[in-house]
Design a protein around this ligand. Sequence first.
Ligand SMILES: *Cc1c(COP(=O)(O)O)cnc(C)c1O
Length: 401
Amino acid sequence: MRDVLPWREPVPLDGTMGEPRARGRFGEYGGRYAPESLVEACREVDEAFREAWADPGFRGALARLLAVHAGRPTPLTPARRLSEALGVQLYLKREDLTHTGSHKINNVLGQALLATRMGRRRLIAETGAGQHGVATATAAALLGLEATVFMGERDIERQALNVFRMRMLGAEVVPVTTGSRTLKDATSEAMRHWVGATGDSHYCIGSVVGPDPYPWMVREFQRVIGDEARGQCAAELRTGVPDYVIACVGGGSNAAGTFAGFADTPARLVGVEAEGGAGAARGRLGVLHGCRSLFLQDDDGQITEPHSIAAGLDYPGVGPEHAHLRDLGRARYVTVTDDEAVGAAVRLARTEGIVPALESAHALAWVIRAAGGGDLPAGSTVLMTLSGRGDKDVSTLKELL
Ligand SMILES: *Cc1c(COP(=O)(O)O)cnc(C)c1O
């Protein structure tokens, strides 16, 4: 099955991945579809973020936190044995080596620092598998903030270890008992709770989704991945810029941060979604959680329950900027199955000594398939963001292998 858009030649180099247009629009996507009180709260976040992002003092403080607390810059690792087997030059951007083990810490430290600057004393967050919750609890502890994390009751049962981690870090974990008792419901509940707490709390969204300014702000906090990788590629690659830039896409934050560093180059951008959570590849226009974008829906427009073996890809939609990049033909969105992802995880473990998160293994699975099927021409240079480490997935893998 060919589920990808053809490249549009030449790849447009200008105007993509800058600031969104007025009211957070990326093409026809984005916006701020929220109750009145949250529209005002979002406006405050927008104003504070613009001011902070233009302030070298804020940027310097964040860069220092990322360096001394999160372990940045992360290395660019050539995957030598796997490259040889695939016939391409594969380089891995190692977000798995950050503190807490994934790129989520980049965004959370940015938002926590912004919350402090806004005089807020508490972070509110939603979490599915618990990765964003753990990152939020970590940043809150570091900066002396409180943290309240909303989590579906079913996810609480499935992710007991991360629930314990959050509590160990001092966060309050609030079980959500509505709907399917998973991430979508936790997000709705967190937004509802924020309505009554905007004065002293900052809502820390975990991906490039939600009402304006979140999709833009979270991408800016994640662009450190792409900016670092751009410099590392310039130093390491014969061509300076890779031919292909690949990342997995749940809501799309690690991909957006990676793509942002290469949007003005001829590099071809590929986002890899889970077969069962393919908002960009298969979603339809809709509004959810404050934002107009592509979502998995039934014929009545009801959001359908996604499924992926990788909890971080288990979101029924995709961020508005990805929907726009897809329409422009600037990025392609492809899907891989659970089985392909598991196979790729094992292969990376055995060729490079790295156990990846199952989310990141999706990106690798597409690289493996495309290198074998001619979608990645022999000799191509490929940059892939390895969004996280696989420790959280070992019990899932143990059941299967
Ligand atoms: C949460 C998560 C993702 C998916 O989130 P994006 O916003 O799409 O980046 C991917 N990889 C890992 C390791 C995650 O924890």
